[in-house]
Ligand binder design. Structure first.
Ligand SMILES: NC(=O)c1ccc[n+]([C@@H]2O[C@H](COP(=O)([O-])OP(=O)(O)OC[C@H]3O[C@@H](n4cnc5c(N)ncnc54)[C@H](O)[C@@H]3O)[C@@H](O)[C@H]2O)c1
Length: 393
């Protein structure tokens, strides 16, 4: 989704764009099945003709990447396997092998001074997931804690949801995360993004390429997949509501997330590509404002006009690798490039709802892929699933 907006904004600036995408559906039941070329990519090709060159293939494929990178000067690198499902290895295959093949090709194609692949700068997508748990403020003395670990399972089992200070056990307030948080995410996806950051900086330095890494906050908007049950809270809740099912919220629903609209994210990517101040840096892309997951669910039920028939479900379920609060401070990005978000949460979510309704009108079948995929994943704890696990042990 996000890449398509970067393409739009690059084309508007008169650039020629090569798009690399495997178009493989990231849903286990349909693994390796090719998606059709998205409608917006077709529209971009029709409008901009030879200025858009879509190449379908995987970043791990060396010869495919060699051809795709010929003559390319600036790279926005977003291709990645996202989510938290099993198995573990696809995250490293896509997000680490794929990225290192790109650097291999740049090295191979330039080592004899031929400059066939004259890449000058790479702006690459990291993720808020790399932080693991968020940052918090201790209420009694105002101390800021960059959490080193997720909350303990025993805490979840007691349905104590708030983050607690590991030294004093007091409940802490969410605090916007700055880029100096060390990053302790332990999911395969989070670790692949942490390693990707290190790898891009190290290989970029060796090959003389400017690098900027961007830690995206939850990014949403029209074109977000309505078929992937693992990414995109707004898409997941929307597909449940469209199927007359209540959006199910983990914990007590008061966990905070920072939702940034997709065109704002794309504009931040472009600002970082254009600004030398961004070279060699990592930035958060975010609004700096927290919205609770329960607020999002209520907003969506109302926006789809289902407030008379649907209510958010709070079954007390949880996932042990979920952070409690994740609000990101983007003031460093603003200072370096002048970028600031322009779309409010309410405006952005309404735009996405309007798009979902439009897609349905055009004949898109919006199914609930989430319920079955969640049950199969075994990652969501409920009172019943935990009792069953204990019985089987
Ligand atoms: N959307 C978010 O909330 C969010 C948050 C943090 C980080 N990110 C990061 O932003 C980037 C874009 O995310 P998005 O939301 O647009 O997701 P998306 O799934 O819409 O786009 C990712 C694209 O990458 C492609 N892809 C995956 N592995 C590939 C590979 N090995 N080779 C070629 N293509 C491959 C997929 O086919 C897909 O079209 C990703 O790197 C993601 O990790 C997204």
């Amino acid at each position: 989704m996000i890449g398509s907006y970067i393409v739009d904004q690059c084309l508007e600036k008169g650039c020629t764009v090569v798009i690399v995408d495997s178009l493989v559906v990231a849903v286990p039941t349909k693994e390796n099945e090719l998606r059709e070329v998205p409608v917006y990519t077709k529209a971009q090709q029709e409008k901009y003709g030879a200025k858009v060159d879509l190449r379908i293939g995987k970043m791990q494929d060396r010869e495919f990447m060699r051809k795709a990178l010929q003559g390319v000067e600036y790279v926005f690198h977003l291709a990645a396997q996202g989510g938290f499902q099993r198995p573990f290895s696809p995250y490293f295959d896509s997000n680490i092998t794929g990225t290192s093949v790109m650097f291999d090709i740049i090295w191979e194609e330039n080592k004899n001074g031929t400059k066939n692949v004259p890449v000058k700068k790479i702006v690459a997508a990291s993720s808020m997931a790399m932080y693991g748990e968020g940052s918090y403020k201790r209420k009694n003395d105002g101390k800021i804690i960059h959490a080193k670990q997720y909350r303990k399972k025993e805490q979840f089992e007691k349905q104590q949801w708030e983050y607690r200070c590991p030294e004093t056990d007091e409940v802490c307030e969410p605090f916007p995360i700055t880029e100096d948080h060390p990053g302790n995410g332990t999911s395969a996806y989070a670790m692949s993004k942490q390693l990707k950051e290190k790898m891009c900086f190290a290989f970029g330095q060796e090959l003389g390429i400017d690098i900027c890494m961007l830690r995206y906050s939850l990014t949403y908007g029209p074109r977000q997949s309505l078929h992937n049950p693992y990414t995109g809270m707004i898409s997941i809740f929307s597909s449940l509501i469209m199927n007359d099912k209540a959006p199910t919220v983990y914990e007590d629903g008061n966990q905070m997330r920072d939702f940034v609209f997709v065109s704002d994210n794309a504009a931040a990517n472009i600002a970082c590509m254009e600004s030398a101040n961004a070279n060699g840096k990592c930035f958060n892309i975010s609004t700096g404002k927290g919205t609770s997951v329960a607020t999002l669910a209520t907003f969506l039920i109302k926006a789809f006009g289902k407030e008379k028939t649907l209510k958010t479900a709070f079954p007390g379920s949880f996932r042990v690798q979920d952070c409690r609060d994740m609000v990101l401070d983007s003031s460093a990005l603003k200072k370096a490039t002048g970028w600031a978000p322009t779309i409010t949460f309410e405006q952005g979510v309404q735009k996405q709802v309007d798009w979902v309704l439009e897609e349905k009108k055009k004949g898109e079948v919006i199914k609930d892929y989430f319920t079955e995929a969640t049950a199969k994943s075994g990652l969501v704890h409920t009172a019943e699933s935990d009792a069953k696990r204990r019985k089987m042990a």
